[in-house]
Design a protein around this ligand. Sequence first.
Ligand code: TYC
Length: 123
Amino acid sequence: MEPITAPGAPCIQGSRVMATKTVEPPTTKLKPKTTPKTARPPLYKVILLNDDYTPREFVVKVLEAVFRMNESQAYRVMMTAHQRGACVIAVFTRDVAETKAKEATDLGKSKGYPLFFTTEPEE
Ligand code: TYC
């Protein structure tokens, strides 16, 4: 036999005092699947291509000026492109990647060098 208690009063069973259980309505609602508002924009790589004519020191200077690298970072990137043919410099949004690639390529062009930076979407 269940003991009869007033609503909200503790339920006494033998020597134990137990809290009365209140059944709450569920508080979670099913949400429809939506695209998060904060979806990140697609990213683009800027790639430095090797050539046989641009002086190494000039490539380093361009990397420092346009991509804000320090001298040792710029030297390593330049040497990677020199030895392997190309080197990924960094990733940016499409606009920034294209602007920086053009700015850096134009610096070479202004000195008559074939220095070339290109962009491609990141997988
Ligand atoms: N290969 C060039 C030279 O020997 C230097 C160089 C390095 C040019 C990297 C472009 O992306 C480059 N003078």
